[in-house]
Design a protein around this ligand. Structure first.
Ligand code: AGP
Length: 368
């Protein structure tokens, strides 16, 4: 196993370190040298996609979180309403589906039963379906009308890392393509966005280079018992993913909240014992995010900020600052999630847990 792990202590850490590569391989497989989209493998009639009236993204766990990020891109670029649901809820809520619905099912394994059934049922009601999966020939890939494969390579760790980055990339590219098809985006604009996505792999790489330094800082927080993750807008699903990773690997209570919701209840839980991880993208909501950091600080909680670009005010307010490269706002999740993956791994390792064998979990859930 040592050889397989190439010097890493676990598959989790090895795969986390491969995030930039997973992202760039996925982009390379879906973007041509001239910057145009390669969507022929998708095998869904572009005319059908042009006239869809609603998109529904379904998935579970980390794949669901990717879908939540994807919603921002699809609504922004393609101007079509998007619903995102966990597959196990979607299938039982008697959803409104017709032949103007496009279901995008996100699943690393392509074998999560809830996701497969959600897609089957939506298709039976007239929807078209596209699968985003990392496993060629998986059941989901076979059930859906079309597939976009992520090219992250096999993922062994139960807690997903690199495949999440690849999912985010596939969703962004699908959003751009829908935007072009629907005449919302000019081809040159779409090319420009795809170029920006290609560049984000380097930004992710630069965050990954800080893994050791981040670990050394995060280690100090390993004895804390309560963790909160907050973000707004595109950073909220990042917060949710950070909390999920920590729960899976460390078994500690870790909850994510929309930062604006704190004052509607959750802030009552904050005290000196709590650790709050705040996501601060470089977007128009930055002043709002800063106001949330102030609220957290005033309650005496330990504040960890993951901030895009340098920010003196954030540094002043926070106990730990993780600076990630400033990207176009919609691409923040790519660089924002990596420190949270490192965070979860560090806390769990420090607590003596086996990162590759989290208790009670299976890599793929093929039962209801
Ligand atoms: C991720 O770290 C989890 N192990 C889990 O939430 C996972 O994302 C979920 O079970 C969905 O799996 P899938 O992507 O293979 O469908």
């Amino acid at each position: 196993q040592d050889v397989e792990l190439g010097g890493y202590a676990s598959f989790y850490e090895m795969e986390l370190a491969a995030g930039a590569e997973a992202l760039s391989q996925t982009v390379a497989s879906l973007v041509d040298v001239d910057g145009s989209a390669i969507m022929d493998a998708l095998d869904v009639d572009p005319f059908e996609l042009k006239r869809i009236r609603k998109v529904v993204v379904v998935g579970a766990g980390t794949s669901y979180h990717a879908g939540l990020v994807g919603r921002f891109a699809i609504e922004h670029y393609a101007r079509v309403p998007v619903e995102v649901d966990v597959a196990s809820e979607y299938r039982y809520r008697d959803p409104i589906v017709d032949d103007g619905t496009l279901v995008i099912a996100v699943s690393q394994s392509g074998e999560s039963l809830d996701t497969i059934v959600a897609v089957r049922e939506a298709m039976a009601a007239g929807a078209r379906a596209i699968a985003i999966t990392n496993v060629v020939g998986s059941q989901l890939a076979r059930v859906a009308d079309g597939v976009l494969y992520t090219r992250a390579g096999p993922e062994v760790s139960v807690a997903a890392t690199k495949t999440h980055l690849a999912q985010l990339a596939a969703l962004e590219l699908l959003a751009l393509w829908l935007g072009e098809l629907r005449g919302v985006l000019f081809p040159e604009e779409a090319i420009e966005r795809r170029r920006a996505l290609g560049e984000v792999a380097q930004a992710v790489g630069s965050v990954l280079e800080q893994t050791e330094a981040l670990g050394a800082t995060f280690r100090e927080l390993a004895s804390s018992q309560r963790f909160f993750f907050i973000g707004r807008n595109v950073a909220l699903p990042v917060a949710m993913e950070g909390a999920l990773k920590l729960k899976e690997l460390s078994y500690l209570p870790a909850e994510a909240y929309a930062a604006g919701e704190l004052k509607h209840g959750p802030i009552a839980m904050l005290d000196r014992e709590a650790v709050v991880v705040a996501l601060v993208p470089a977007d128009r909501l930055r002043p709002k995010a800063l106001a949330n950091l102030e609220e957290v600080k005033a309650r005496g909680a330990t504040l960890v900020a993951v901030v895009a670009g340098e920010d003196a005010r954030v540094t002043e307010l926070s106990d730990v600052v993780v600076e990630v490269p400033a990207t176009p706002p919609l691409l923040f999740p790519f660089v924002g999630v990596v420190p949270l993956q490192v965070f979860a791994g560090t806390i769990a390792r420090e607590r003596g847990l086996d990162l590759d064998r989290p208790r009670n979990l299976a890599k793929t859930v093929t039962v209801e």
